[in-house]
Design a protein around this ligand. Sequence first.
Ligand code: GMT
Length: 378
Amino acid sequence: MRIGITCYPTYGGSGAVATELGIALAARGHEVHFITYAQPFRLPSFLPRVYFHEVDVGRYPLFEYPPYDLALAVRMHEVVRDHQLDILHCHYAIPHATSAWIARSMLREEGRDVKVVTTLHGTDITIVGQERSFFTITKFSIEKSHAVTAVSDYLRDETYRAFGCVGCQVDVIYNFIDPDLYDRTRHIFPIPADVIKGRRVIMHISNFRPVKRVRDIVKTFARINLDVPSVLVMVGDGPERVEAEAEARDLGVAEHVLFLGKIDAIAPLLAGADLFLLTSDKESFGLSALEAMASGVPVIGAHAGGLPEVVTDGVTGYLRSVGDVDGMASAGIALLRDHDRWKTMSEAAAADARTRFSEAAIVAQYEALYERTIAQPS
Ligand code: GMT
């Protein structure tokens, strides 16, 4: 198949999933065209059958807000036409699914066609898509897609509840991991021993948006650190980073908190972690939690959104109510103090990630969906 993929290319789970899906599809013999404003962060410079088409928004003094969605539609139209794409796969509905609808409408005027698949990732449904300015166009774009997927049962149900789409069917296809990449035995932890000083390593990876509640991460760490000397490794960047830094200072733990900023290669970091924290108040899936599990790192997190579909409470980690910093810290302390329990949970996490979320099985589900969609009448 010839497949176009549009995603947010910068740091974030939806871009990571879209890029890894494209790479896996190309490895299986498909031709994959990424159409977006920058090279996706997990895409190496060259891979056979993988192409990148940059969307140039241009600048004009009249435009206070450059119309990216229109430039994207024009680029999608060109790439479908010039490379005879069968499918445009949009990751994150806004504005990608809308641009795809415009591109397809232009193609149909020329007697051509393409099928549109939209994968819903999270805040495109749970937050942004429900804002008054975006609700109607999000609903329209979902309904106009030939196929729609969501990354968890929670997100599918939330889509039905919030949008009540007419005649639309949302299929759940979970996110996935490459089992070889997240094998902790294959990596050397890059943080020097004289920085860690024999303390336990607690990690968080995110885009530091408000939904992640990163101050809860620091608070949970500070409580654990009172009982089990630890370091907190914060990977990523975003608007709440300064809040997290301030919280660490206020709680007197700043010297044990490392803010690494945005790092693309997270598997070597996860290979040295003892616990992963994810305290979000909304999380449609929690890709970073899955990557931690695959690396044999138990997850302590909030019982929010689709995270319980990924982390099995008491088996591959512990989930507590959103904001229950004490509960999360107690669970973390108990686990770090009991090596046998930690080892059992670490092995269960690595095995579960490989069983339920293996790349091979999930990519095959996307291939089957594309084939069904292409076979649909226009
Ligand atoms: O929805 C977002 O905030 C962005 C998106 C991203 O690009 O990181 O995150 C969502 O998609 C990920 C990949 O499917 C999921 O693992 C995240 O849980 C989800 N984020 C939220 O629901 C907050």
